[in-house]
Design a binder for this molecule. Structure first.
Ligand SMILES: [Zn+2]
Length: 65
């Protein structure tokens, strides 16, 4: 858990932003401590998905690169 690794990419910055908040499910309120966002890129946008292990809701965040 160190921030000393080099070469921070846009992906890493976005992921860090996501990891810093919104771990609680918007549907059921379950807080997923271990869950991570999975990144899917499609050219100009990156999509982060996370599925709530409690209720199965798919959370999606979309960002423009
Ligand atoms: Zn949920």
């Amino acid at each position: 858990m160190s921030s000393s690794y080099g070469g921070t990419s846009a992906f890493d910055r976005l992921r860090a932003r996501l990891d810093g908040r919104s771990r609680a499910c918007e549907e059921c309120g379950f807080v997923d401590e271990e869950g991570g966002w999975k990144a899917v890129t499609s050219g100009a946008t990156v999509e982060y998905r996370r599925e709530c292990p409690s209720c199965g809701t798919d959370h999606v965040r979309r960002y423009r690169l």
